[in-house]
Design a binder for this molecule. Structure first.
Ligand code: GDP
Ligand code: MG
Length: 449
């Protein structure tokens, strides 16, 4: 996911430099902190905040003793991670539906992503098994009614709205009796291109009539530090219970928006990371920063991996991979599991250490057709051959090709892929440094990497 590309890339560069150097002295720390400060400011983080954070990194790096089992360098990386988590957010706590029905009002300026986010939220709650509906009260923009209606049809969620009605209060009053049928009611509202008196008056009135349990402010990540002013204005207007930052995929300024929210203690609950309805997730600063730094996003990956492969199985595989002892059966299992998890590149970026590693493209992009053909080939091997691929010589290749209806080249292809995978695993197994880092961050090794 190209999330916060610029911020992430330049921070990763700084850390890569650090990983190459064995001795950390004051001069190097100066360079590192200047690098980090530049990256943060390019991400529109307030300069005073950026200075505060980098000073703190330097001070801690100079004074803190390395933690048990960690080198000085690893300790410094841990400090950078720690301080960035502080900068980009406080733990917001899980967003829970406590009362039924829970009414959620989305507010924000025009174009911030409210309507899109309403549908994304609805889908998320629906997946959690909640009975959810969408309500359009944006009577300002003519297309708003159609936009949300179409989105709700796409995700199969009941939609309430009145075409061409000008008074949002009438819309609420009309449908209010229906709301008790639902657990979650998501109400979209109009925005303006500025914090005008009209917008303020309308939202205040809506707020009084709806009495929403949650008032979520939708902010576009590309406004950077300006998030602070907006968060404050909407807080004064209707009292905001949480923030959603959208468009983090397309902007370098997301760092500014997130840090501004952290500074004003506006709790970021969700983030939007793309135009597609599924490009939406809970915001957890620790997970976010790990991904930003290329240290892997263990929780996200583990929860995705759980569907695809059982944990014990993954751990057993992990051991085999670390010893580079895995068999063809394991290779197949691994490939299938990875395929179920979605785009491989995205999965890889969540694996600790992989964010920084450069991997051969062809390893990441095995097509479904090829997978099928490999499955046939592997099924034509004897158990002995599957467990001990070294046995497979030219004459066995011939036999396997015949048995599976594939060409000898196909069989050799698979052998090559297997060898490559084995080599890659071995290489990663040797990344002791990365393993230690993971331990330090409280992570486990998922998926055998
Ligand atoms: P509203 O005026 O606040 O209701 O904003 P809309 O929901 O209509 O969104 C405005 C534009 O931003 C649309 O083109 C959306 O597709 C786009 N958008 C919303 N959220 C995201 C996001 O997370 N990433 C990207 N890339 N685009 C988004
Ligand atoms: Mg809208």
């Amino acid at each position: 996911m190209p999330m916060l590309d610029k911020l992430g890339e330049s921070l990763k560069d700084s850390l890569r430099k650090l990983l190459k150097i064995s001795l950390i002295d004051r001069k190097l720390l100066d360079e590192l902190t200047i690098d980090i400060k530049k990256s943060l400011m390019a991400g529109d983080v307030n300069p005073a905040l950026a200075t505060k954070i980098t000073d703190s990194i330097k001070n801690r790096a100079l004074t803190e003793k390395p933690k048990a089992g960690l080198t000085h360098r690893e300790t410094v990386i841990n400090i950078v991670y720690d301080e960035l988590v502080k900068l980009l957010g406080t733990e917001p706590g899980k967003f829970e539906i406590k009362e039924k029905p829970t009414k959620i009002l989305l507010v924000g300026l025009f174009g911030s992503g409210k309507t899109t986010t309403a549908a994304k939220l609805a889908k998320l709650f629906k997946k959690q098994g909640q009975k959810v509906c969408l309500v359009q009260t944006d009577t300002w923009r003519p297309a708003a009614y159609e936009q949300l209606k179409q989105l709700s049809e796409k995700i199969n969620v009941p939609f309430y709205g009145i075409k061409d009605e000008k008074d949002p209060i009438k819309i609420i009053n009309k449908f209010e009796p229906d709301f008790s049928r639902f657990n979650v009611i998501i109400i979209d509202s109009a925005g303006r291109d500025a914090l005008s008196k009209e917008l303020t008056d309308e939202l205040k009135k809506l707020n009084e009539v709806i009495k929403p349990h949650e008032k979520l402010l939708v902010l576009s990540g590309d406004i950077g530090q300006a998030a602070k002013t907006q968060a404050k204005a909407f807080k004064d207007m209707v009292g905001v219970t949480g923030v959603i930052i959208t468009k983090l995929d397309g902007t370098a300024k997301g760092g500014g928006a997130l840090s501004a929210c952290a500074e004003t203690n506006a709790k970021v609950k969700f983030i939007g990371t793309g135009e597609h309805i599924d490009d939406f997730e809970d915001y957890e600063p620790k997970r976010f920063v790990s991904r930003l730094l290329g240290l892997g996003d263990l929780q996200t990956l583990l929860s995705k991996a759980e569907d695809a492969i059982k944990k014990e199985e993954a751990e057993a595989l992990a051991k085999k991979f670390m010893k580079a002892e895995f068999t063809f059966d394991d290779l197949m299992k691994q490939m299938e599991a990875l395929q179920k998890m979605g785009p491989l590149k995205q999965v890889m970026s969540m694996i600790p250490g992989m964010g920084m590693a450069k991997l051969p493209e062809e390893l990441l992009n095995v097509q479904e057709g090829k997978m099928k053909s490999w499955r046939h080939i592997i099924q034509s091997m004897t158990k002995q051959e599957r467990d001990n691929p070294d046995l497979i010589d030219a004459s066995r290749i011939k036999r396997i090709a015949k048995g599976s209806g594939k060409s000898e080249t196909d069989v050799r292809d698979l052998m090559k892929q297997y060898a490559q995978m084995k080599k890659m695993m071995k290489m990663m197994g040797n990344q002791k440094q990365m393993q230690k880092l993971q331990k330090m961050l409280g992570g486990k090794m998922p998926m055998g990497f």
